[in-house]
Design a protein around this ligand. Sequence first.
Ligand code: DGY
Length: 318
Amino acid sequence: MDRLTLYITRRLPQPVLDAIPRNYHVLLAPADHLPTADELRHGFNQADAVICTLTDRIDASLLSHATKLKIIANYAVGYNNIDLPAATQRGIVVTNTPDVLTDATADLTWALLLAVSRRVVEGDTWVRTGTWPGWTPTQMLGADVSGKTLGLIGMGRIGQAVAQRAAGFRMSVLYASHRLVPSSPGTTWVWLPLDDVLAQSDFLSLHVPLTETTHHLIGQRELALMKPTAYLINTSRGPVIDEAALVSALKTRTIAGAALDVYEQEPLVSAGLTSLPNMVLLPHLGSATLETRVRMGLICLDNITALLENRTAPNRVN
Ligand code: DGY
């Protein structure tokens, strides 16, 4: 019997590569780089299974020649990079990596929230560049976090994990979501319509998937509803925010600041954003811990093995 071909579009952490079943024939570029369209086509055309990432655009035309392909295991919880209806139409199973990156992404959300409100990056720059003039009572004043109101847009696994962490800061938690979510023991999470969450939050954090409905969910109108003292945090997907509207809201101090891990046109970041001091900008690090990235890879392999052994892929999304 022919060996099954597994195409992996990017170099994954070594423990994941070491866990690949020995009976698979692996296609993996020797050096890590964003695959060209030709490389993707070549890989997809030969593969029985693919592990791809959020930076690979998997469209109908790419899938149209992938005649052997049975499963695409997306190395991410979000799968907006894949044309799901096209995959479904061709009988190709698509899976994602839920749960294992929830804590890492929630932790990074808090890192951003604290960094922007306490001006961590600005302070670090002062110290490193030798421009710190010495302590003064009015220097680099930020905003309290403890006791404030945290607003969450989207209350799936990551939104809930962010909300759980807010208990340690004695924060009130409001959320807008298409469904009601029971609060964790000892906490109260209050559902409100989106506009009310926008208007009442001191910190607003986004945790929705990118879909047609959530594209530019936060634009000029929504930013104008926020408090001028509020901070916006985004670890979901860049296009959920209208970046041009955000730049203008930050310039005019419609809101106090923003902290972003994701952008509309990654890896490009609007020049307007990089020139603003009331911003913290990270390069899409939500799930970027070694432990998490290994678990994500192992989930991809579990799904592939299950499907190729005629079992149900546990994290199937189509
Ligand atoms: C995801 O899984 O969707 C994350 O953005 C990857 O870091």
